[in-house]
Design a protein around this ligand. Structure first.
Ligand SMILES: *[C@@H]1O[C@H](CO)[C@@H](O)[C@H](O)[C@H]1NC(C)=O
Ligand SMILES: *[C@@H]1O[C@H](CO)[C@@H](O)[C@H](O)[C@H]1NC(C)=O
Ligand SMILES: *[C@@H]1O[C@H](CO)[C@@H](O)[C@H](O)[C@H]1NC(C)=O
Ligand SMILES: *[C@@H]1O[C@H](CO)[C@@H](O)[C@H](O)[C@H]1NC(C)=O
Ligand SMILES: *[C@@H]1O[C@H](CO)[C@@H](O)[C@H](O)[C@H]1NC(C)=O
Ligand SMILES: *[C@@H]1O[C@H](CO)[C@@H](O)[C@H](O)[C@H]1NC(C)=O
Ligand SMILES: *[C@@H]1O[C@H](CO)[C@@H](O)[C@H](O)[C@H]1NC(C)=O
Ligand SMILES: *[C@@H]1O[C@H](CO)[C@@H](O)[C@H](O)[C@H]1NC(C)=O
Ligand SMILES: *[C@@H]1O[C@H](CO)[C@@H](O)[C@H](O)[C@H]1NC(C)=O
Length: 487
């Protein structure tokens, strides 16, 4: 249940690839590196103000810079890539570390450098590294999860050999320069998690080699351009968390055979969900959540047999919901639409791999004891809030081992809270506004968030740090944070 975003996964794979290359190179050569490379790298090191984990401790003048941590040499022992990551896997644990400072312009001395990977270092600041404009053969820029700021240079289009440009997770602002359309060799363009404004330049349609296009988590606005017909290689399209308006453009239908991730959630999109999405046979993840999509979910969705993650929550969708033929859904969120599903769909109940189920306010009217999912072992989130569910979750929770959140407020659940097994992994429990009886067990002390308000609980509360609003509205609960018990 590790959730790496598809784009960070790609850059991780790239990093592994280059680490492997650099090992080959080490065993092949004994000579020292070129003095210009050494000087440029030492200048980079002197721009680093803090290196708490000693990432650059092997970078010492007079030693072979090809053997320094994070350095790859190819062709005639010249440095071709710098790869530093703030997430180091030491074999057993993923360790997080940082690097502070700026990127020295002296890196332009590294005449053979064609890739820079500065991933998750947290505290590299300054503007876009302009030294790259002096290295016209540069191919790979991955500067992710740092603190670079300012505008993306308007002449970025000069870097015509670029195959990957990822500036994800920085503080870049301003508009996406239209010259980016000159970068026709790009296979990955990831500018997510910045502060970019304006519209998507129409000229981007020239980037026909793209497999990944991500502008997620910015402040981009306007319509999503109807320019996808030429993007025959696109596998990942992430436009989540912006201010896009209008409809899903028709030309997206051209992506049907290859697209695996279509993420348009958290925008201001409207209109119907297009029928053609049912033809996206390779689709793994579809996120249309938090928009204003209206009407029914197309019947064609029955054909999305490979979909693992489907999030249609927080829209204006109505019944009937199509009977899906998916082999196994992993995560499903249909919450807060205008559905009246009546029951939990069979294709959900029978999923052998589901771990996240969110069906809040879906008009579900079952007795929870009678719901018998094929598999409960992998569950980490279950949200059945605001339905008309009766009975008890005791049997269900007794069958989970990794549950992190259980939300079922605003139902008609009637059970004795003392008999509820609280899995060790549970952090969030909200069963407020039900008909729960009994007293509050000590085991809830280990939770991060709790809400048992507006039930029929009674007795003295165990000592916790939860506020009164977690407990109010019960029959006879007492003790801090509620008024003291009468003796
Ligand atoms: C990896 O790091 C963890 C946490 O710092 C430590 O407990 C463990 O011994 C390390 N493993 C190796 C192989 O160095
Ligand atoms: C980040 O870097 C700045 C200077 O570049 C420094 O003042 C600050 O302490 C660093 N923060 C962290 C968390 O390392
Ligand atoms: C970028 O290219 C333009 C012409 O295409 C040129 O005038 C300009 O000097 C170049 N900028 C840099 C920084 O190389
Ligand atoms: C871009 O596509 C063209 C035509 O398909 C191909 O020749 C070229 O190698 C591709 N470039 C990259 C970097 O994949
Ligand atoms: C599913 O796909 C098949 C073959 O492409 C098609 O005949 C059928 O109409 C589709 N089903 C739905 C419900 O769209
Ligand atoms: C919980 O599960 C255990 C076996 O894992 C079983 O013995 C027990 O009866 C179950 N309790 C409830 C309330 O279902
Ligand atoms: C809840 O269960 C506890 C422990 O089995 C029992 O002592 C208590 O009387 C029950 N409360 C109600 C209201 O049924
Ligand atoms: C409540 O919070 C305080 C301070 O954070 C902590 O010392 C204490 O152990 C907490 N009490 C409980 C019951 O969790
Ligand atoms: C608990 O739930 C009630 C009713 O649903 C709500 O008003 C209250 O703010 C919630 N309190 C907490 C701490 O979540």
């Amino acid at each position: 249940m590790i959730s790496l975003s598809p784009s960070s996964l790609l850059s991780f794979i790239f990093l592994l690839f280059f680490t492997t290359l650099s090992l080959h190179c080490l065993s092949a050569s004994a000579a020292t590196c070129h003095p210009d490379d050494e000087a440029g790298l030492l200048a980079f090191k002197s721009g680093i103000t803090a290196d708490p984990s000693g990432m650059l401790s092997t970078w010492k003048k007079g030693t072979d810079c090809c053997k320094w941590n994070g350095i790859t040499c190819l062709v005639d022992n010249r440095v071709t890539a710098i790869s530093l990551s703030g997430q180091i896997n030491n074999g057993t644990t993923l360790i997080h570390t940082t690097l502070s400072g700026t990127i020295s312009s002296s890196l332009s001395k590294l005449k053979y450098l064609d890739g820079i990977y500065l991933l998750n270092l947290g505290n590299i600041s300054g503007s876009f590294p302009n030294f790259i404009f002096q290295l016209p053969n540069f191919k790979y820029i991955y500067i992710e999860n740092n603190k670079l700021s300012g505008q993306i240079p308007v002449n970025i289009g000069n870097l015509t050999k670029l195959e990957a440009l990822s500036l994800e997770g920085n503080f870049f602002s301003g508009r996406i320069p239209s010259s980016i359309s000159e970068l026709t060799q790009l296979t990955q363009l990831a500018l997510g998690g910045n502060r970019l404004t304006g519209t998507i330049p129409a000229s981007i349609q020239r980037l026909k080699n793209l497999t990944l296009l991500s502008f997620k988590s910015n402040q981009l606005s306007g319509e999503i351009p109807d320019f996808f017909s030429g993007f025959t290689n696109l596998r990942i399209l992430e436009l989540t968390q912006n201010k896009f308006t209008g409809k899903i453009p028709v030309s997206i239908s051209a992506l049907a055979t290859k697209l695996r991730y279509l993420e348009l959630g958290h925008n201001n999109l409207a209109g119907p969900i297009p029928d053609f999405l049912g033809k996206f046979h390779a689709l793994d993840t579809l996120d249309l959540s938090w928009n204003r999509f209206a009407g029914t979910v197309p019947k064609s969705f029955a054909n999305l047999t490979k979909i693992f993650n489907l999030d249609l929550s927080h829209n204006l969708l109505v019944d009937p919901f199509p009977e899906m033929h998916v082999k196994g859904i992993e995560s499903l969120d249909l919450s807060y639409n205008r559905f009246n599903l009546g029951k939990i769909p069979d294709w959900v109940t029978s999923s052998p791999i589901i771990y996240s189920l969110k069906l809040a306010k879906c008009g579900i009217k079952i007795k929870l004891d009678n719901w018998n999912p094929t598999q409960t072992y992998f569950y980490d989130y279950i949200d059945l809030s605001e339905n008309a569910i009766t009975g008890s979750p005791v049997k269900l929770l007794n069958r989970t081992d990794y549950l992190v959140g259980f939300y079922a407020s605003g139902n008609k659940l009637k059970f004795n809270l003392s008999s509820l097994k609280i899995p060790k992994t549970l952090k969030y429990l909200d069963i407020s506004r039900n008909l729960v009886v009994g007293n509050v067990p000590n085991a809830i002390g280990g939770l991060e968030k709790l809400n048992v308000s507006y039930n029929h609980l009674c007795g003295k509360l165990p000592a916790t740090n939860f506020s009164a609003s977690s407990f109010v509205g019960n029959d006879c609960l007492c003790g801090s944070p509620l008024p003291p018990c009468k003796v």
